[in-house]
Write a protein of this length. Sequence first.
Length: 352
Amino acid sequence: MRPFSPFSIKTKLGTLVVVSVFITTGLLMVALRTKTELRFITVFSVIASMLITQFVAHGLTAPLDDMTTVARAISRGDYTRRVHGADRRDELGDLAATINVMADDLEAVDRHRKELVANVSHELRTPIAALRAVLENVVDGVSAADPETMRTALKQTERLGRLVETLLDLSRVDNGVVPLKARRFEVWPYLSGVLKEAGLAAGQRGALTGSGHHTRKDVHLHLDVFPSELTAHADAERLHQVVANLIDNAVKHSPQHGRVTVRARAGDTPGSLALEVLDEGPGIPEAERHRVFERFNRGNAGLPGSGDGGTGLGLAIARWAVELHGGSIGVAESPRGCRILVTLPGSPKGAG
């Protein structure tokens, strides 16, 4: 539709030609009626056409000069510059708006990169320092290489391993080449296994309650699956990422001796699954809920991933894994604490 717009560059150039012809024709008719010499009319026509052309050309080239300046600044790594005139109603306005959007995206990527480096450096520094201290004490003979000392070193090594896994997951997200290996499985034994791997709880079928061995040993976890033979169709590895990250955040923000509930039910459509993770923490303010699943978001107190030294990637990866299935994830209303609702369809995208 742009070529036929009254504000398009093609229309403006066409108008310029028409106006120039009209001016020349008008001056020629005046010359014939007044017997003015043709050379004077020619000079006046050329001058008038040049003035009009200069006016139109300035309106076209000035935005291009601005775009060139902004593009050069972006190429030097300055993503704060923006092109003026994005509100123009022609092709140059479209181009200016596109460049500004590109600059916004590049600025966001650059900011995320810097935040990632800062967060990862912080995360790496703590376990590396702790591991180094343990090993130096063993080497210097300050402490013996007994099982307790080795367990301390192992915990720090495991923490490093978790960070590396998170970074690998982020790389997969950015590459967008992770295929789904979906299969049908029973929900209760699957979730029970996820919780056992997390060291949180183990118990009887149907209602699982107990103390965990997480960083918060005082938090109790309750598994509620109904019906007990409920099944789901999903990629078990990706779903593990979702559940593990949601439980981890719920535990971190639970009060002393609080409870985290993992609830699974059949979804509204045939074969779908509704999965909820509820805690008894301070909850998430409504104004902050749209930011919970953003990368690097560590939020304020009470928000998942805040105040724990995390990278702010866990819930972003959970959202990616859910959307990879064609499902949805979000913060749902809850009278107390935080309630994260995950919905998976019966036939995930890319299932095979």
